[in-house]
Write a protein that binds this ligand. Structure first.
Ligand code: NAI
Ligand code: MG
Length: 397
């Protein structure tokens, strides 16, 4: 097989610490690839006025597969203040490079697995009958629509005439919001299209079918958000009936679902949701299986796919030498990349190695030991980022 080329985009802060660890694991498992470096993040905003330079976009267009660490974002005033002096007042506006990448390449299918590793001290536990303690085994894949909905970016403060007039044609707007002076009105839209809603639901059903799960849970709020959540539920119900007769639709409301997370999380295996609800529910599930040090994700479009941990750049830990952060979320993201590329056997070997290190419990990063993130964590027995990776590599079969 020809060697693959992966666009490696470490980004900022701890993105730089963890991405190189995932490449070490990929090398150790025998994945043959060239890695080309892609510039992304705060540094390029400051130096060039663009956090996602065109040269990085060209690399992604050419090679199609990206591994991404994390970036730093800051509020508008800070972004302007840190711009290179010669770029100031030239009309540069900061934008999130990861949101831009998702929209530009239609990375509409976001998959966020939340799976319990046995022996992880961060696993969720609950009271059982009598005085028992239960540790439910969670195996959930969240399918989050990644490009539309509340994060679609169609929004206004003081909406322009045409928008305002259109809103005034709606009975509810007229009744409930017409009193508000227009400059005091902020509107964020939640637009869903049938095409992309169908794509994310289909991805969820196909996954359920492959894994042998009988239910897909649509986690929305169709009783209140009737048009968009309603469309999502209806498409899912029709798909179940017409294309996946063995797989039933379960319908939960996002608010109730958050409560059920701590009640019966092990009963949800495949969850599908729109952009913001998917973001919420996936963080909720991640909290039950180890938190940000374990939360990986895939952003998959028709051509390009990008794999990333869901954590950010954690700037306060970026300068620690040696590095203290947990590389597992990034390493599991690399596993998802391998699966996407059809390298399932290698992905499983890495996954099993991570499981074995966690179960053994000898090597743990500071988060797994419930320590606060200080340079003294090593004296308390925590492993460095590199040691955690070494332990995983040593367990590769
Ligand atoms: P964060 O995810 O960077 O860090 C939050 C906390 O989670 C950290 O202080 C640390 O306690 C813990 N943590 C994160 N990753 C960890 C790891 N691998 N191992 C152990 N502990 C870990 O989120 P925060 O502090 O809200 O944001 C920091 C910066 O990251 C901001 O500029 C934000 O905009 C950006 N961000 C970027 C994302 C991305 O690139 N996709 C996602 C989220 C935030
Ligand atoms: Mg989030």
């Amino acid at each position: 097989m020809t060697k693959r080329t992966i666009v490696a985009m470490p980004g900022d802060g701890i993105g730089k610490n963890v991405l190189k660890e995932s490449v070490r694991v990929l090398d150790a498992v025998g994945f043959e690839a060239n890695y080309v470096h892609g510039d992304i993040g705060w540094e390029f905003w400051c130096k060039e006025g663009n956090p996602l330079p065109d040269r990085t976009l060209r690399l992604l267009e050419e090679h199609k597969t990206g591994l991404f660490g994390a970036i730093t974002s800051k509020p508008k005033d800070k972004a302007e203040a840190e711009l290179a002096p010669e770029l100031k007042d030239k009309g540069y506006v900061y934008y999130s490079p990861i949101v831009a990448m998702r929209q530009k390449y239609d990375l509409d299918i976001c998959m966020r697995p939340c799976k319990t590793f046995k022996g992880n001290p961060l696993n969720f536990i609950r009271r059982g009958p009598g005085n028992t303690i239960e540790e439910p085994e969670i195996d959930t894949m969240i399918f989050r629509q990644n490009t539309e909905g509340l994060y679609g970016g169609v929004e206004w403060t003081n909406p322009p005439d045409q928008v305002y007039e259109a809103l005034m044609t709606h009975k509810k707007f007229k009744e409930n919001f017409a009193w508000c002076p227009r400059p005091e009105l902020a509107v964020s839209t939640r637009i869903l299209t049938k095409k992309y809603t169908t794509r994310i639901i289909k991805a969820a059903f196909e996954y359920a079918k492959t894994k042998g799960f009988n239910y897909v849970t649509v986690c929305e709020k169709p009783n209140v958000i009737r048009e968009t959540s309603g469309m999502m539920l209806k498409i899912a119900q029709e798909m179940s009936k017409n294309e996946f007769p063995g797989i039933k639709v379960q319908d939960t409301n996002i608010d109730a679902q958050m409560m059920w997370l701590t009640k019966n999380p092990e009963t949800y295996n495949v969850v599908v949701a729109s952009n913001m609800f998917g973001d919420i529910i996936s963080d909720g599930f991640a909290g039950l299986v180890g938190g940000l040090g374990f939360a990986c994700s895939a952003n998959i479009g028709p051509e390009v796919a990008v794999f990333e941990p869901t954590h950010g750049s954690a700037p306060k830990y970026a300068g620690f030498n040696p590095s203290i952060v947990n590389p597992v979320a990034m390493i599991l993201s690399a596993c998802m990349m391998l699966e996407h590329l059809g390298e399932n056997e290698k992905a499983k070997r890495i996954y099993d190695a991570v499981a074995s290190v966690v179960l053994e419990g000898k090597v743990r990063t500071y988060d797994m030991m419930k320590l606060s993130g200080n340079p003294d964590v090593f004296s308390k027995g925590a492993a460095t980022t590199e040691q955690m990776t070494d332990a995983i590599i040593a367990k590769l079969k």
